[in-house]
Unconditional design. Structure first.
Length: 202
């Protein structure tokens, strides 16, 4: 079993139903709160955990660093449930890049290809991951990492279309884009309808 792991810390910004602009995304929630945490970003966790592949090791990370969620990239549909069982035993949660790396959805011209991306998501149809989503173990789908690394990058409408496609494929799974909120492409109507959050590495 192989997973792509990089250790980085993330800041998690809620962006669903918010206006994308040059300013920081604001939280438009109608819930009353004395402190709007999404404006500041929410500490999210590690981007992968090199060498920590069993429940005891992950529990050690959870105890020492106080983190409960981390991110991995995986396109290994048949074996991912074993990995998610390990996450469950450790008491941690995980978000995943379900479409794998850029090579899976970059066309021969070096451009982002949304249909190729959708083909990767379709591969998960018989993977049994929905049970882990329902149980709160798999909590997020990083629909795209490094959004500006293509010759022709995805548009705002494509990112929202991807998020909608993900929500249909994985009900209850948070949709995430790795890009700081102020750097997201701006939708025509100024609002992302299906992208739930963005993460910013630092």
């Amino acid at each position: 079993m192989t997973y792509i792991f990089i250790i980085l810390t993330l800041v998690f910004n809620i962006s669903c139903g918010q206006t994308a602009s040059s300013d920081s995304a604001s939280n438009n929630s109608t819930e009353d709160s004395s402190e709007n945490t999404s404006e500041k970003g929410v500490l999210y966790g590690f981007w992968g955990l090199n060498g920590f592949h069993d429940a005891d090791e992950l529990l050690d990370i959870k105890t020492r660093f106080g983190t409960t969620v981390f991110q991995v990239t995986s396109a290994y549909y048949s074996s991912v449930t074993d990995f998610l069982d390990t996450i469950n035993k450790s008491g941690m949660k995980v978000s995943m890049t379900m479409a794998g790396g850029h090579s899976h959805y970059t066309d021969s011209n070096g451009d982002f290809d949304i249909e190729m991306w959708k083909d990767q998501i379709d591969e998960w149809e018989n993977s049994d991951v929905q049970d882990y989503i329902d149980d709160g173990i798999l909590v997020g789908h990083l629909i795209l990492d490094d959004i500006y690394n293509f010759d022709v990058d995805p548009t705002a409408s494509e990112l929202d279309e991807m998020a909608e496609y993900s929500q249909a494929a994985f009900p209850g799974l948070l949709t995430i884009v790795r890009q700081k909120a102020s750097g997201m492409p701006v939708p025509n109507n100024g609002v992302y309808e299906f992208v739930d959050a963005v993460v910013n590495q630092y």
